[in-house]
Design a protein around this ligand. Structure first.
Ligand code: S3P
Length: 452
């Protein structure tokens, strides 16, 4: 079943303390990149801990369509036999990326400097999302894209026959755009240079270097400048995917707001370009401990222990932290609803073009749960009700957005009356075992029977 085909309502109710250890699945961002770079390397890349969510499975399928051999050996254990940089074949079918903005944008980048054409599509959420932010820089390499009005999917990209390297400054803080440009730069001769004013997640740069590409990263007056030397030979790697800090955020935040809880989440990726939520939670007064900080597979990780934190206070989140926690604002808003005072989030216009308009989706659901929210184009303020102060008792729309669904289920664990999400099916895109994992910790979350 893919997200959106069958509605799966789910309800969360307060009452139980969460306790135990949460084994979080692999990082979604790293998983996409491992498959794509594995497909562009020479030889066989072995991946462990791959996230087997729908988004990543779509990227695996896409890599097969471009000619790579992709094999599943066991849970999270995959092999990719790559075709080498410039070796992509033209797909004989439409590439359906499902719900995944990362999948479609990175794959477009990876094929845009090969002399092949590919047609991309996605689900009702993805076909509404902007693609010009990627196809504009890909045009500088010589690629052409024809899609629907406003640069929407379905869209056909014709790769450049004679690609030229590009110098590009990101107009929006987006790791997807940065990564699409770098992946396109792989098959252009000479140096491709990307500048970003704000540091976004750097998994692509790290992994490119790991596969043997020449990548230099410098901090300059205009921000981070990444220089990639094109047409390297990438050599196959053995990769361990760290556990996803964005998925860990849900049980961690649930533990902070559900009375009496204590949850341990081992081996969470804490790349500084991803860890902004945890800093913000600490500023709010969260009882969070980071134990055994270490490096795994080129990424910093630690074991997190989160305990019920009745004295949470609203904070002003620094706008310069937005990129390092862009996917965590929805669940932060659930925590903010249970804090005393206002949580102010500015400089977050990108939230409006995610799997859903996340400011609108959260504001609507929070208001229905008795939490006042103010919003503007690129800011929002959640007025917290304090511990035990959120009324709940509403059914909220998840809008084909996994993180909206999980955020309201977390909120329901601390609300006075149950919170129902109209459709929890999208959770399978990033966190297929969310329900058994949360129930294993004792959370009162249950799928509602669906009328036949
Ligand atoms: C991602 C980048 C972010 C993030 C998404 C994953 C990535 O999107 O929201 O979930 O893996 O590069 P943007 O690059 O559009 O900010």
């Amino acid at each position: 079943m893919s997200a959106g085909e069958t509605r799966q309502p789910m309800t969360a109710r307060a009452g139980a303390a969460l306790a135990g250890t949460a084994e979080i699945p692999g990082d979604k961002s790293v998983s996409h990149r491992a498959l794509i770079l594995g497909a562009l390397a020479v030889g066989e890349t072995r991946i462990s801990g791959l996230l087997e969510g729908e988004d990543v499975l779509r990227t695996a399928e896409a890599m097969r369509a471009f000619g790579a051999e992709v094999t599943r050996d066991g849970p999270g254990r995959w092999r990719v036999h790559g075709v080498g940089v410039g070796g992509f074949a033209e797909p004989d079918r439409v590439i359906d990326c499902g719900n995944s903005g990362t999948g479609v944008r990175l794959v477009m980048g990876a094929m845009a400097t090969s002399p092949i054409a590919a047609t991309f599509t996605g689900d009702a959420s993805l076909v509404g999302r902007p693609m010009a932010r990627v196809t504009d820089p890909l045009a500088l390499f010589g690629a052409e894209a024809v899609g629907r009005a406003g640069g929407r999917l379905p869209m056909t990209v014709v790769g450049a026959r004679e690609p030229v390297p590009v110098r590009y400054t990101l107009p929006v803080p987006s790791a997807q755009v940065k990564s699409a440009v770098l992946l396109a730069g792989l098959n252009a001769p000479g140096r491709t240079v990307v500048t970003e004013a704000e540091a976004t997640r750097d998994h692509t740069e790290r992994m490119l270097a790991g596969f043997g590409a020449e990548v230099a990263v410098e901090d300059g007056a205009e921000g981070r400048v990444i220089t990639l030397t094109g047409q390297p030979e990438l050599s196959a790697q053995t990769l361990a995917v760290p556990r996803d800090p964005s998925s860990a955020a849900f049980p961690v935040c649930a533990a902070l707001i559900a009375e009496g809880s204590e949850v341990r989440v081992p081996g969470i990726g804490l790349n500084p370009t991803r860890a902004g939520l945890y800093e913000t939670l600490r500023e709010m007064g969260a009882d969070l401990a980071f134990e055994d900080r270490r490096d795994e597979g080129g990424e910093p990780v630690a074991d997190l222990v989160a305990r019920f934190s009745p004295g949470l206070r609203g904070v002003e989140v620094p706008p310069e932290r937005a990129a390092a926690m862009i996917d965590e604002y929805p669940v932060l808003a659930a925590v903010a609803a249970c804090a005393e005072g206002a949580t102010v989030m500015r400089g977050v216009g990108e939230l409006r073009v995610k799997e859903s308009d996340r400011i609108a989706a959260m504001a609507e659901g929070l208001r229905a749960c008795g939490v006042p929210v103010e919003e503007g184009e690129d800011w929002w303020i959640v007025h917290g009700r304090g511990a035990g102060g959120v009324a709940g008792g509403a059914t909220v729309a998840s809008r084909l957005d996994h993180r909206i669904a999980m955020s309201f289920l977390v909120l329901g664990l601390a609300a006075q009356a149950p919170v129902t999400v109209d459709d929890a099916a999208p959770i399978a895109t990033s966190f297929p075992d969310f329900l058994p994992l949360m129930r294993g910790l004792g959370a009162g979350i249950a799928a509602e029977p669906v009328a036949a």
